[in-house]
Ligand binder design. Structure first.
Ligand SMILES: [Zn+2]
Length: 340
């Protein structure tokens, strides 16, 4: 899922987004609540109409942003009180409020309001966040009443296997239409993330979609798919694009680099995106060096296309029965990275 924080994947129109092959898009409840406010989105007929995207949409609960960006006044079992970064106003977010906002936004999937502890955190602090997350999930379920919107629960538990197993058991027992794993990609070493993915993936109900939150690097996507995950979101493709970087063959290239000045070949000859099919590295280098907005847009489109092509290739490999051969043993020196 490309990330459309403020009801826009930055710099990309809905039809361009469709052309990248993206199927589902994520938008951020926290940001949309602050600006323009969920009532305006609801008055527009919901998020799909407001942003002109007729494909599936998911909104996060706002919890992650409150805990990572918010100027927090108080966290307790009731919810979180924080100061708006826009005007300093005191805002209270509770499980009930997070559900009401997401129901007004009207995405296809709403996420439960959870407490995502920072990394590192003590086992006692993570255990407390888990207990609260589970209690809040019950309140989310009793508040959520939209029948055409699915509610997903979130497994927490940090880097503690015992807490992860307990959280997976509790959230799975709620029998929701989908289940997410949060508290990864929050600054922990990548090996630790792999360990969590390998432990928790097999514990989740097989018939439900599994969403690994905030992960979008190729190796981590492959490890997660190998462990049964289906959905991902990551700001990386568009954030890198805005900074003049391109994802090519598993590497990150800085298009400001002088080596591209005289390079009149496509960025990636095998890529069908607008940047690669119509333009050259020298042109992209020129646009980025000149601070032209088209450069950032073209690189964002290319990076989105790369990630979508990668996940599409994994899906196809699964259908053709060659995923384990092509992607799963993604060890150093493996040929797996070159088959897509
Ligand atoms: Zn491309």
């Amino acid at each position: 899922m490309p990330v459309g924080t403020l009801a826009t994947v930055k710099g990309v129109t809905a039809s361009q987004l469709r052309d990248t092959g993206a199927q589902m898009v994520l938008a951020n409840t926290y940001h949309l609540h602050l600006q323009p406010g969920e009532q305006i989105v609801a008055d527009a007929g919901g998020l799909h109409r407001f942003m002109g995207w007729d494909g599936p949409l998911l909104t996060d609960s706002g919890g992650f942003q409150v805990f990572s960006l918010g100027d927090i006044n108080r966290i307790d079992d009731h919810g979180v009180v924080f100061r708006s970064p826009r005007d300093g106003a005191r805002i209270t977010l509770t499980p009930e409020r997070a559900m009401e906002i997401q129901m007004a936004l009207g995405a296809d999937v709403a996420m439960a309001f959870d407490q995502c502890p920072p990394y590192p955190a003590s086992e006692a602090d993570v255990a407390a966040a888990c207990r609260r997350t589970h209690a809040w999930l019950e309140r989310c379920i009793s508040t959520h009443r939209t029948t055409d919107q699915a509610l997903f629960g979130i497994v927490q538990g940090g880097c503690f296997p015992r807490l992860r197993a307990e959280s997976a058991r509790v959230v799975a027992s709620m029998n929701l239409p989908g289940i997410a794993v949060g508290g990864v990609s929050v600054g922990e070493p990548v090996e630790e993330m792999h360990r969590i993915v390998r432990q928790v993936g097999p514990l989740l109900p097989a018939a439900k979609p599994h969403y690994l939150m905030g992960v979008g690097t190729l190796r981590e996507l492959a490890v997660a798919v190998a462990n049964g995950f289906d959905l991902f979101d990551c700001v990386l493709p568009t954030r890198l694009g805005r900074h003049g970087a391109a994802l090519v063959g598993g590497e990150r290239w800085n298009l400001r680099n002088a080596r591209f000045r005289h390079d009149h070949t496509p960025l990636d000859a095998g890529c069908p995106c607008a940047a690669c099919s119509r333009h050259t590295r020298a042109y992209l280098h020129h646009l980025i060096r000149s601070e032209e907005m088209l450069g950032k847009i073209l690189l964002s489109l290319h990076n989105l296309t790369q990630l979508i092509r990668f996940t599409t290739a994994m899906g196809q490999a699964i259908r053709e029965g060659c995923f384990a051969e092509d992607f799963a043993p993604w060890e150093p020196g493996s040929e797996a990275g070159h088959t897509w």
